[in-house]
Design a protein around this ligand. Structure first.
Ligand SMILES: [Zn+2]
Length: 161
């Protein structure tokens, strides 16, 4: 996926996340979109820095890098939400484009991708980006709305009420 695709994916994802987390549709929803959207967009641009430094789709396209971004806010108290941008970048490269990424680099150089991906230069790359974004939002919606409900139901059954 090219820069435009990654940025659009981050922006659309953040708009969706804003509505999922603050569904009121008021100023608070907009605030949430900006709060998440800026760091997510920056995070989504980060992995392709390895086109200039390191090996592209390897050096900054792997799970240890993602884990570092997940851990960063806990350790240093800033860079919240950047990991979401890094993660969605990986998802888009794995699912949306033909060439995969080396998830386990530097331990394993193999690049993993899904067979549904299209060429970066393809006319369908934008459509693919939208489909991947929608799939991500559906997954987040399930986590936000359904899993608490399952937990609640399970708890109720366990307690027999
Ligand atoms: Zn990439």
């Amino acid at each position: 996926m090219n820069k435009k695709g990654h940025v659009l994916n981050a922006v659309l994802l953040s708009i969706g996340l804003g509505y999922l987390l603050e569904p009121t549709g008021d100023l608070e929803t907009f605030r949430t979109m900006i709060m998440i959207g800026v760091p997510v967009s920056l995070g989504a641009l980060f992995p392709d820095v390895d086109t200039a430094f390191g090996k592209h789709r390897k050096t900054l396209h792997n799970l240890p890098i993602l884990a570092a971004f997940v851990a960063f806010p806990y350790v240093f108290g800033n860079l919240e939400y950047v990991w979401i941008g890094v993660l969605t970048h990986y998802v888009l490269d794995v699912a949306g484009s033909k060439r995969g990424i080396a998830l386990f680099y530097p331990l394993w150089k193999k690049e993993f991708g899904l067979p549904i991906g299209v060429a970066v230069s393809s006319k369908r790359a934008d459509l693919m980006m939208v489909l991947v974004t929608v799939a991500e939002l559906v997954l987040v919606a399930l986590v936000v709305f359904e899993i608490p409900q399952w937990g609640f139901e399970m708890g109720r059954k366990t307690l027999g009420i």
